[in-house]
Design a protein around this ligand. Structure first.
Ligand SMILES: [Zn+2]
Length: 429
């Protein structure tokens, strides 16, 4: 399966110079490692955010211990390049009974190697907590083998793979397991604050939530959800999703142009709502008897989020895709600061690229797509920031965007060309 993938390229990429591939297909023992972590997390009985943080045998504190121990082992094996942080905080909302409760997030930080880029963080996150049928039930078993031990496993496997990369990445990578998702995205909101307090700008964020089972689906591609922007068409998260589609190919990911599953939400939302590039990855086909359900047999039907439904090779595939995308973005130059489209009511479109200096940047690529197309095409290369005139090209009929290209061949995601802000109206007499 993985050797076949190496020979299948999406048509779009045939027009581009090949970028170096960062993430190798996962060796098969990774699936066994994923199963071992899942078994340990499920072994904590419940990981309700309202369960014990101090009991080493049962509760979310037991889950935290599993994650911290695994990440510390990885840090030791990779020469201490990975810093493991337990972030303790108090938080409240309706689903904590409106009283402040103790919670903890775990972050493994792989610092960027380039002073220009190291304050930009690319984040992948799963949620450590699980839930029973009643979200306030801290006592019943809530194995959460899939929701969301699977996302936590993706963070751990990715920390392991990426911390071992010789030479590291220009920008910083953060591998997270956050609490409080089921209580109202509390841990994710906290992580966003924490990143800002540490002086990081979020370059991109992925939440891997329910990425553990394929449930007999013929289509084994993970679904990648990204929201529309203010015009209903584009958002930074969607540009990031497109970059993944370009890198991995549409045969490995299924883009869904929605913020999340219909009527549902996840840990990417606090980031997306702040205008940051964020997306959600979820398995191809969910089975609701296995989600948010007490473990029980009813009329011959097994309910509950149990390890027997997991597909561990699929978990490793999600980890490989995350690594492919965030590895590319963390190795690439920053996306352009802005791309301004002008030239309306003239024969030629004009695009002005604004970007910070970066000696590692080779230049930019101008992208275009039909307004009805999902994917970008490369129009031309541009060497430096400033204005480009597209002779005899209407501003009206296509979308345009710009992305940065590194001397190392890695590319940022696209920044869509938008109109220059209108000048302030002159004061009425
Ligand atoms: Zn979840």
């Amino acid at each position: 399966m993985s050797s076949l993938r190496a020979f299948v390229f999406p048509a779009l990429l045939t027009a581009l110079p090949a970028a170096p591939v960062l993430a190798a297909p996962p060796p098969s023992n990774l699936a066994e490692e994923a199963r071992a972590v899942d078994t340990e997390l499920v072994g904590c009985g419940t990981r309700s955010s309202l369960s014990s943080w101090t009991d080493p045998k049962r509760g979310i504190g037991c889950g935290r211990d599993v994650v911290v121990r695994r990440l510390n082992e990885i840090a030791a094996r990779t020469g201490g390049r990975l810093q493991v942080i337990v972030d303790k905080y108090e938080t409240s909302n309706q689903r904590t009974g409106n009283v402040p409760v103790h919670m903890e997030n775990v972050y493994a930080v792989l610092a960027g190697t380039d002073p220009l880029r190291r304050k930009t963080a690319y984040v992948m996150s799963g949620h450590l907590d699980s839930r029973a049928s009643d979200v306030m039930d801290a006592k019943s078993d809530a194995p959460g083998a899939d929701d969301d031990a699977s996302g936590v496993i993706v963070s751990i496997l990715s920390a392991q793979a990426m911390a071992a990369k010789p030479g590291g990445y220009r920008a910083t990578l953060v591998f997270a397991a956050v609490a409080g998702e089921e209580q109202g995205l509390l841990g994710s909101r906290r992580m966003k604050e924490w990143l800002a307090q540490q002086g990081y700008q979020v370059g991109g964020m992925i939440t891997d939530d329910i990425v553990g089972a394929t449930n007999g689906s013929k289509d084994r591609r993970p679904r990648v959800f990204s929201e529309g922007g203010p015009d209903g068409v584009d958002s930074p998260g969607r540009q990031m999703a497109r970059r993944l589609d370009e890198l991995a190919g549409p045969q490995r990911v299924r883009l869904v142009f929605r913020r999340d599953r219909f009527g549902r939400g996840g840990d990417h939302m606090p980031f997306a709502e702040a205008g940051l590039p964020a997306l959600r990855v979820t398995e191809p086909l969910e089975v609701y008897d296995h989600q948010h359900q007490d473990v029980r047999m009813e009329k011959g039907v097994q309910y509950g989020d149990l390890i027997q439904y997991m597909d561990f090779p699929f978990v490793t595939e999600v980890a490989a895709l995350d690594q492919l995308l965030l590895g590319e973005l963390a190795a690439a130059p920053a996306p352009p600061k802005a791309a301004v489209l002008s030239g309306a009511v003239t024969p030629s479109a004009k695009i002005t690229i604004e970007a910070e200096d970066d000696p590692e940047r080779q230049g930019f690529e101008l992208l275009q797509r039909e307004t009805t197309d999902a994917r970008w095409h490369v129009l031309r290369k541009v060497d430096r920031p400033g204005q480009v005139v597209l002779e005899n090209t209407s501003t009206d009929n296509e979308y345009f965007a710009v992305r940065s290209v590194g001397k190392n061949g890695h590319r940022s995601f696209a920044v869509p060309c938008v109109a220059a802000p209108a000048p302030p109206p002159t004061a009425a007499p």
